[in-house]
Structures are given as structure tokens and as C-alpha cells.
Write a protein that binds this ligand. Structure first.
Ligand SMILES: NC(=O)c1ccc[n+]([C@@H]2O[C@H](COP(=O)([O-])OP(=O)(O)OC[C@H]3O[C@@H](n4cnc5c(N)ncnc54)[C@H](O)[C@@H]3O)[C@@H](O)[C@H]2O)c1
Length: 435
């Protein structure tokens, strides 16, 4: 059921089509239950990115100032920033800076009432090309943030977005194919998904750097009493996401279909994920902030859960229905550390906060399709520019596909280089042994 306050606020802000749903009317009392109820901004690192933009929008439309700290390294995020700037003007502060710059990050932390730490190198593929950069941004950048928080008399509360990749590729889980998709043989796992009891098993440099950061956050909560919560997130999708082959597959598939370009599926397409609509994630963030004192020091698996699972092939089918024609699909090798089945067991978080996802996978996918249709730029070079996660500062190759030969199991990562969108090739084609 749509929340009336959300609808009202969406209208008031000239955004009547915004899909906000909320199942808790208390979520919109800025400062309630939080460390600081002054007018200090909410700091969102990586705030120009997909999730950051959705969260910023929710705060800003309630007149809560935000400070976005982002180095704009992800191609395309300037568009999100321009949209927020145009919509909210002075309510938004922007610091174009890097989380590896400890001094600037610390200055931003000191100005903030609460912190959401999203800035990251976000793709497994890119982490295979440059593990050091991946480590420095994800692990060291998070440690910089934690140290800045630790230095404060009254540390602001922190929410950190980790990933299901900390559980590894889950190779030990016995799977079967039913109705054209993978599912666990174990009935309990099928019914509920993976809980936080699952042992962590960092896989891929991205898994290691995000996992290390996740453990640091949990330990700073324990050792230094910083109020902090970790979300181990499955696949998030929604408005303001310009997904590409490296990250953001739901939006990427939709964009490819809209551009009448073939979709490449790595593996056989029977992989299953639970997908979570960004508005539902934003609700979860707000629930977590509201209860930060009782939740601090804990990690929660967050995703669409068993009710919102989808295989890659099923997404193609949904796109066919929405678009009225089947998009072209091609197949390539499995990618390193890809999980054949991952579904979050979100019961721990739901029991603690009352949160649950409100948007079904089908409804959400349709909504993102319509949003992308209306908002993707007609600039023909854009798809090429955002078609990979090449960052602007690392000088490394855009990676088109980091795959691995399988004969059942993954072994060797193949790095394929592609044009950087300016016509030139920055490349290091090589085989990287990853496990
Ligand atoms: N989207 C998902 O499905 C998903 C799933 C699991 C975890 N996560 C995590 O959620 C967070 C947000 O993801 P997203 O999907 O919004 O990604 P995104 O790429 O859209 O946003 C990340 C933002 O961080 C910025 N950034 C990158 N390196 C930076 C640096 N060194 N300093 C400052 N800013 C930097 C980028 O410019 C970008 O705007 C990330 O930490 C990601 O690992 C996302």
C-alpha cells in the first residue's frame, strides 16, 4: 500500500511519479532516535551514485540537508548530481573528493549528523583488473572513514553497504534445476534464503575488500563503540541506476533492450538473485538509523528475499512482455565468483525493525523500464561511455567481461579489453589466475 505522506511529499516536490513506498510513518522524523537532531547534513559518501541518489532524494524532499561526498569516478553519475542539484538547490552540499583523501573525508565527517557510506569500487570485474585500487578505495577508504568517526567526541551513526559477495561463490550448496532456474536442494534454504549465520568466505578482490571493510565496521562498533550497522546487500535496482555489464545487471539488461542492443548473459542465465527495489532499500536504511542504538555492531542480509527472486532468463522474459518483443541474447562464459543462487534471508532485520520489501520484482522492473525509457539520454555515445566501469583516475582498462572457463567450476579469469568510448583502446589483455 502506498504511503500517503510519501505521495504527498512526492507531489509537493513536483515528482508525482516518484515510486516512494513506506510502511512506517515514523520514518520521516529526521533526527528522531539519532545522535544528532540539529540541521547538520546527512553525509552520503558515493552520494552521486545510484543508491546514494535515491537516499539523498528521500532526505532532501523532507528538507533534510545532505552532504554528498563523491569523486564522480563512476561514468554517468554526473547526471544524478545535476538532477539533485536542479531539484534541491542549496539544500544539497557537494564535495567532489575521494575517500582515499583522509583529511578531506575527516572534515566532511565532522560536519555531519549521520553517515551512509556507499562510495566504493563496485564491480568484481574491475577488482580483478586492479586489486590494489579496489583495496584502497573499499578497505582503506572505509578505514579512513572509521578513523575520522573515531576521532569525534560524539560519533555520528554509520550505515555501511556491504555485499552478498562476502559469502563467496557458495560452491558447496547443492543445487538443482527446476522450471529453468537454479534452486537449492535444501528445502529450508529454498524457503528462506541465506541468513547471516552463513560463514563468510571472501571471494574475488572485490569480495575481500568489501568483506574487510565490513569486518572493520563491525569491529569499530565493538571495540570503539561507534554506532554502526552493516547491510550485506543482494542485487539492488531502481531509478537513477545506469547499470552496465560490470554492475547493475537489471538496469543494464533494460538499457540494452531499450537501445535494441543484444544482451550478453555470462553463464547459462539460470542464476537466481533476489532483487530489491531501491525505495525499499531506502526504507530499510531509515529503519536501521532509527534503531541504530539497538542494532549497532550487527550485519544484516538485505535483499528482496524469497518473494522477489528472478533468474537472468526470467528477466529477459519480463522485458519481452513489457517491450512486446524479445531482446536479442548472447551467451558467454561464467564470470569469476558468480553465485549460481543467492537469495537473502532478511528475517533477522525484519524481526528487529518491522521492515519488509513492498515492491514486487515484476512491478519494480516495469517501473525502472519506464523510468529509463523517459530518462535515458538520447546521446548515442553515452551507452559506450557508461558501458563499463572504467574509472577516470586509475588508468586501467575498461573491462568488458571477466569470465572464467567452467566445466562446472570456475578457475581462471579472462580479462577482455574494450574501447573506452573515445575510440582508443586502453588495454591489458591477459589471463589472471584468481583461485
Ligand atoms: N547496487 C547493488 O546492487 C549493490 C549490491 C551490493 C552492495 N552494493 C554497495 O552499495 C554501494 C553503492 O552502490 P551503487 O550501486 O550506488 O554504486 P554506484 O557506482 O552507483 O555508486 C558508487 C559511487 O561511489 C563513487 N565513488 C567511487 N569511488 C570513489 C572514491 N574513491 N571516493 C569517492 N567516491 C567514490 C562513484 O563515483 C559513485 O557515484 C557500494 O558500496 C556497493 O558496493 C551495491
Amino acid at each position: 500500500m502506498r504511503n500517503n505522506q510519501s505521495k504527498h511529499d512526492a507531489k509537493r516536490n513536483g515528482d508525482s511519479k516518484h515510486p516512494a513506498k513506506s510502511n512506517g510513518s515514523t520514518l520521516w522524523l529526521p533526527g528522531r532516535g539519532n545522535a544528532n537532531s540539529s540541521n547538520q547534513p546527512v553525509l552520503i559518501t558515493g552520494g552521486a551514485g545510484f543508491i546514494g541518489t535515491n537516499l539523498a532524494h528521500r532526505f532532501l524532499c523532507r528538507k533534510q540537508p545532505v552532504l554528498l561526498y563523491d569523486n564522480l569516478s563512476r561514468p554517468g553519475v554526473e547526471e544524478n548530481l545535476a538532477w539533485l542539484r536542479k531539484k534541491y538547490g542549496d539544500l544539497i552540499q557537494i564535495e567532489v573528493a575521494d575517500v582515499r583523501d583522509a583529511a578531506r573525508l575527516s572534515a566532511a565527517v565532522k560536519r555531519s549528523s549521520k553517515i551512509f557510506h556507499f562510495a566504493a569500487q563496485v564491480a568484481v570485474t574491475t577488482s580483478l583488473v586492479d586489486p590494489i585500487q579496489d583495496f584502497e578505495v573499499n578497505a582503506r577508504g572505509t578505514l579512513n572513514l572509521l578513523e575520522a568517526i573515531r576521532g569525534m567526541d560524539t560519533p555520528p551513526p554509520l550505515i555501511y553497504t556491504s555485499t552478498n559477495k562476502v559469502y563467496g561463490d557458495l560452491e558447496d550448496v547443492k543445487l538443482q534445476v527446476r522450471d529453468g532456474r537454479y534452486e537449492p536442494e535444501d528445502a529450508h534454504l529454498r524457503q528462506h534464503g541465506f541468513s547471516e549465520q552463513r560463514p563468510v568466505n571472501f571471494h574475488s578482490p572485490y569480495g575481500c575488500s568489501k568483506g574487510a571493510a565490513c569486518q572493520y565496521v563491525l569491529d569499530y562498533a565493538r571495540t570503539f563503540h561507534i554506532p554502526a550497522v552493516v547491510f550485506r546487500m543482494s542485487c539492488i535496482y531502481g531509478w537513477h541506476q545506469f547499470g552496465n555489464e560490470d554492475q547493475g545487471w537489471v538496469a543494464h539488461f533494460l538499457l540494452r533492450a531499450l537501445e535494441n542492443q543484444p544482451i550478453t548473459i555470462f553463464g547459462d542465465g539460470r542464476q537466481v538473485r533476489d532483487i530489491l527495489f531501491a525505495e525499499d532499500l531506502v526504507n530499510a536504511f531509515l529503519h536501521a538509523m532509527e534503531k541504530i542504538n539497538s542494532l549497532s555492531g550487527q550485519a544484516f542480509n538485505i535483499g528482496g528475499g524469497p518473494a522477489n527472486t528472478i533468474s537472468l532468463l526470467e528477466l529477459v522474459d519480463i522485458i519481452s512482455e513489457i517491450k512486446g518483443e524479445k531482446p536479442a541474447v548472447q551467451f558467454d562464459d561464467w564470470r569469476t565468483a558468480d553465485q549460481q543462487y543467492y537469495v537473502s534471508d532478511t528475517r533477522k532485520f525484519s524481526a528487529a525493525t518491522g521492515w519488509k520489501p513492498l515492491t514486487s520484482a515484476r512491478e519494480g522492473v516495469k517501473s525502472v523500464y519506464e523510468w529509463l525509457k523517459a530518462n535515458r539520454t538520447s546521446d548515442p555515445g553515452r551507452i559506450a561511455r557508461v558501458g563499463s566501469l572504467a574509472t577516470k583516475d586509475n588508468g586501467h582498462s575498461p573491462v568488458n567481461g571477466v569470465c572464467s572457463k567452467t566445466n562446472g567450476r570456475r578457475r581462471v579469469a579472462k580479462v577482455v579489453c574494450s574501447s573506452n568510448g573515445n575510440g582508443s583502446k586502453r588495454a591489458e589483455p591477459k589471463l589472471a589466475k584468481v583461485i
